[in-house]
Ligand binder design. Sequence first.
Ligand SMILES: CC(C)(COP(=O)(O)OP(=O)(O)OC[C@H]1O[C@@H](n2cnc3c(N)ncnc32)[C@H](O)[C@@H]1OP(=O)(O)O)[C@@H](O)C(=O)NCCC(=O)NCCS
Length: 172
Amino acid sequence: MRRATLDDAPELGFVAPVAYAEAYGYLWQRPQAYLNHLQTFGEHSFRKVLPSAHMRVWVAVVDDRIAGFLSMNLASTDPIRHAPNGAGLPRIYLLSQTRGMKLGRKLFDRALRSAETAGKAYLWLDVMTSADWAFKTYLDWGFLEVGRRFFGGGVRPELAEMIVMARPIKGT
Ligand SMILES: CC(C)(COP(=O)(O)OP(=O)(O)OC[C@H]1O[C@@H](n2cnc3c(N)ncnc32)[C@H](O)[C@@H]1OP(=O)(O)O)[C@@H](O)C(=O)NCCC(=O)NCCS
């Protein structure tokens, strides 16, 4: 587990789309919309995100290879309550071969401590309603549902609903 650097962009740029596709390919019908979304996980995107002052990215490393990542936005407000001083976790993705290793929890703990050090009041994220495994994981991590919204990226309409979740940082 370590903080990602710009040098990680090429490796992240192929691991991240694979990890996304393994878990969420079923959401998509139109190839073009799917490919556009996968591109947001590519090297070019990481090259923009990694140097950004309010973004943090950590990688899970297994046998010297990146097996997944978590990104955090320290300047992000939850879209339901609009509560001040929040940090968002827009992306947490691990390769399916690493399930059961609790790497996600370890990445999350890094983000939590970093948000605490930055003086943030809460963390928020959203999860596709159909991704019951991720929803349960986030409940285990102390998140609670604060509302629902729809993913606008062009997924199958019947699968577009997302659950927005948040958890306080203080006292953890
Ligand atoms: C959600 C996630 C970050 C949690 O990581 P973690 O703390 O290391 O926990 P695990 O990988 O062991 O997953 C927790 C549980 O979800 C299950 N799970 C994870 N991904 C799954 C998937 N795509 N389909 C079905 N079940 C899945 C695991 O089998 C595990 O079940 P168990 O508790 O009964 O053993 C990680 O599972 C992951 O990256 N999943 C795929 C991508 C994803 O869904 N990201 C979240 C986007 S909102």
